[in-house]
Ligand binder design. Structure first.
Ligand SMILES: [Zn+2]
Length: 821
């Protein structure tokens, strides 16, 4: 405190002392910028086109400690175009609260620390937090001119010609080499430096010079040692005080900002979470349904060609219904971006069409006021190759001869149905919604789930695509928008109203489960899965296997277009042969699974429940059925179509890897599919749960039961015909390798690893008990037994010890360091 006042005093003295002499040294702003091109708006700057410089006027601040504050956002106007590296066209960074502050002879751009705050009216309380945690100065420049009222001028060029996006770091992190901005080949673009009343937009072309470029840069950039991107910067006026933050609720499915509030009462948590949402206000706050002061409008990139463009407008527009249901009339619209408007201009919520060299993620983000969680600019990036990948998927299932027919099985029509949904999904993120991976288990309840195409089977055993994708937002989406946006009549208690909305959703069975419940391979909740269908994942897997069998039977030349090399059938085959892969992930979650919710105290939701043992055993039987040689084999005429690669079509990552190059390896594909099953089943987390659930309830299947069933299935009986016998051996190999992996996995508990080794030891004995089948069979069993022996008799120090996983959390209330109190 004392030190700070001294500094404050010193600065005041300096300012007083500097008053006269510096006036003499520094010219006035007007004289310094005379002859330059002036741009006046939220901030005023002057363009020196000849020298390629931008001079910024920094207005005098009311409180010099606080400076003049703005939201600052940077992003890439023009990107690299490589999904693995991630520097996409239109990629924007998080919004920062920055202050332009004069300190002595310098102008500093300082980022204000919002991780720690005091939401208090007491300025001293706020100050104690502000001074306890560091701020970050992003840039500094010398004052070049000043006026008597305190207005200062600074050469802002080096702020703009700066790797604000962290592009060099992204290149390095993804193994593309060490790059740095080369000032010689970088420049401000004066034509793209614009001032508006509420925002200032500035832009520079940056060239990153590097050595030893990595493979993704080499594949994408003309001269890989020189990566040229366009860096955009925006300064935005701080939104007014009219927005009211809304508390987050774990059951509501909304993304949130997070900070510590040191002014929270002692009996309240200091961790504060406010949801992300747009500002939306009724014209008539008392009316249950009302038009709004300012509707939410999204704009679609004119770079998106038809028929994609119309699909994007239509799909994103589905949200209007959810807002209507929440009481807002004509509150949500989707239009084409006005001609000449800049996609990174903060005034436009954008749906941008982005190209990359390989297919990749689309995403929904935007400019969020870091102080309140208010979404200022929703910004969606849609990867253009995605729609082509969906088309490929349906070409494999239905055939390219259906393309252009307009029928329900037209691959292009299906891909467009999917992109409507994708547009709605990504816009949903920018409205604040998180993924709800449980929504596909109670109807098609949300665009915020990942949808697998729902393919029916007709009476004459054909595939029926007529209800492949749902249209419109679902019941969960409507529920979520209600929670986040509902405006309550004046005088109502917001916490009570919000709890009532949540309770209503729970009563209607609208379950919310998100990424952490669904994505990890060891995830536990049978309702939380990606790319799955229906409320019974096991039945859906059985259905998916039937669809796959029909698709494989009909798969042939027409899975590629006329005149296309037949070798490219290898790419189309992958999604058909692995048609069941995501439904497998869903079904396997039943085994050692747990049914749970994000219950809060007092909401009446039940505690965690085991899955009924019979359901788990049925799931196990179905999953093990995927190891049948019949379902792993490919029809012989199909294999003969899978030609080696022709000139100029090298192998790529969309194909099965094999061991019989250049010829397609059907046994390799079978081994891949088999180990997918074994790995899913023997995830270390699942093994740990099976072990513990069986300990707590003997009726639950244990890990030993699963291992025994797996071995029994794989080693049951050798098929009589040699074609299938070889597939059966590939399955046995995959099973043994999977169990070995579990037995040495440090993430698995010792009991699970012991069970794995025990199973292998008994298998080894079994393999030694005389030959079965012909010589090939005997040779295979001898090699397996030898490999098992090597594994089981391993010597040396035990490597599978989780180093820190079981350390206790810290205990002392004042930290663990000795000698501190
Ligand atoms: Zn998403």
């Amino acid at each position: 405190m004392l030190l700070t006042s001294l500094i404050g005093l010193t600065l005041a003295l300096q300012a007083a002392a500097a008053d006269k002499p510096e006036q003499a040294l520094l010219p006035s702003v007007a004289s310094r910028v005379s002859g330059l091109e002036k741009r006046a708006g939220l901030l005023t700057f002057h363009l020196d086109r000849q020298r390629g410089r931008v001079w910024l006027e920094v207005p005098p601040a009311r409180d010099p400690d606080e400076g003049s504050q703005f939201l600052y956002v940077e992003g890439l106007l023009a990107g690299l175009g490589s999904n693995p590296v991630g520097l996409d066209r239109g990629q924007i960074g998080p919004a920062h609260l920055v202050a332009l502050r004069r300190v002595g002879g310098k102008i500093l751009v300082e980022e204000i620390n919002l991780k720690f705050r005091a939401l208090s009216d007491d300025p001293q309380e706020r100050r104690s937090v502000r001074e306890s945690f560091a701020r970050s100065v992003l840039w500094g420049g010398d004052v070049a001119a000043e006026d008597a009222d305190g207005r200062a001028l600074v050469d802002f060029t080096s702020f703009l010609v700066r790797d604000a996006h962290g592009s060099a770091e992204s290149l390095e992190r993804t193994g593309q080499g060490a790059y740095a901005v080369d000032p010689e080949r970088s420049a401000v673009d004066p034509a793209a430096c614009l001032a508006f009343p509420d925002n200032v937009e500035l832009e520079a072309t940056l060239t990153f010079a590097g050595k030893k470029p990595g493979p993704d840069v080499s594949a994408t950039v003309p001269a890989a040692v020189s990566v040229t991107l366009v860096q955009h910067h925006s300064f935005l006026r701080l939104p007014d005080e009219g927005y009211r933050p809304r508390r987050s609720d774990p059951r509501a499915g909304f993304n949130a900002i997070f900070f510590h509030d040191y002014a929270a009462p002692l009996d309240a948590p200091i961790e504060t979470r406010w949801i992300v949402r747009h500002r939306l206000e009724k014209l008539d706050p008392k009316a249950a349904r009302s038009r709004v002061k300012r509707p939410i409008i999204y704009y679609v990139d004119r770079g998106a060609p038809e028929p994609v463009r119309s699909a994007l407008v239509e799909g994103a527009g589905w949200w209007a219904k959810a807002f209507e249901e929440a009481g807002f009339l004509d509150a949500f619209r989707v239009e084409l971006l006005p001609e000449g408007a800049h996609p990174l201009d903060a005034r436009y919520n954008m749906i941008q069409w982005v190209h990359r060299s390989t297919r990749g993620w689309s995403y929904g983000g935007g400019v969020i006021d870091p102080r309140t969680g208010e979404m200022i600019k929703g910004h969606v990036s849609l990867g253009s190759l995605r729609v082509r990948q969906d088309r490929l998927l349906f070409e494999g299932l239905a055939g390219t001869d259906r393309t252009g027919t307009g029928a329900p099985d037209d691959p292009v029509r299906l891909a467009l149905a999917r992109i409507r949904q994708l547009a709605a999904h990504e816009v949903g993120h920018t409205l604040g919604l998180a993924h709800n991976f449980a929504a596909s288990t109670y109807g098609r309840a949300s665009v915020m789930d990942y949808p697998a195409p729902l393919i029916d089977i007709t009476k004459d055993v054909q595939l029926d695509f007529s209800s492949a994708y749902a249209t419109g937002v679902g019941v969960w989406d409507i529920q979520a928008i209600r929670f986040a946006y509902a405006q309550f009549p004046p005088g109502a208690s917001e916490p009570r109203e919000l709890e009532a909305i949540v309770k209503d959703g729970l009563a209607r069975g609208l379950v919310f489960l998100t990424d952490e419940d669904a994505r990890p391979a060891g995830a536990a909740h049978p309702r939380a899965s990606l790319w799955d269908n229906g409320d019974d994942p096991v039945a859906a897997l059985e259905h998916a296997m039937k669809v796959r069998a029909i698709a494989l039977r009909r798969f042939g030349e027409d899975a590629v277009g006329p005149g296309t090399p037949l070798a490219l059938l290898q790419e189309t085959l992958v999604p058909v042969y692995l048609h069941h892969r995501y439904q497998l992930e869903a079904a396997v979650k039943v085994i050692g699974g747990l049914d749970y919710t994000y219950a809060v105290r007092g909401d009446g939701q039940p505690p965690a429940r085991f899955i009924e043992p019979e359901r788990q055993r049925r799931a196990l039987r179905t999953v093990l059925g995927l190891l049948d040689p019949e379902s792993l084999d490919l029809p012989e005429p199909l294999v003969q179509l899978l030609l080696p690669r022709p000139l100029d079509h090298p192998p790529n990552r969309e194909m099965f890897k094999g061991r019989s190059d250049p010829v397609f390896d059907p046994l390799g594909a079978a081994a891949t599919a088999a180990s997918m099953v074994v790995r899913a089943l023997l995830q270390p987390e699942r093994a740990a749960r099976l072990t513990d659930f069986h300990r707590r309830d003997a009726s639950q299947p244990g890990l030993r039961e699963v291992l025994d069933a797996l071995v029994a299935k794989a080693f049951a009986k050798v098929p009589a015909d040699t074609r299938r016998a070889a597939l059966s051996r590939a399955v046995q190999r995959a099973v043994v390798e999977g169990i070995i992996d579990l037995s040495v996995d440090a993430r698995a508990p010792a009991d699970a690893r012991a069970a794995a080794d025990w199973t292998l030891a008994r298998l080894r004995e079994q393999l030694g008990k005389g030959p079965e089948g012909g010589e090939e069979e005997s040779a295979h069993r001898a090699l397996l037994a030898a490999d098992l022996a090597r594994h089981l008799e391993r010597r040396g120090p035990e490597q599978a010890r989780p180093p820190a996983a079981l350390d206790p959390p810290p205990g002392s209330p004042i930290g663990d360091e000795a000698g501190v109190d």
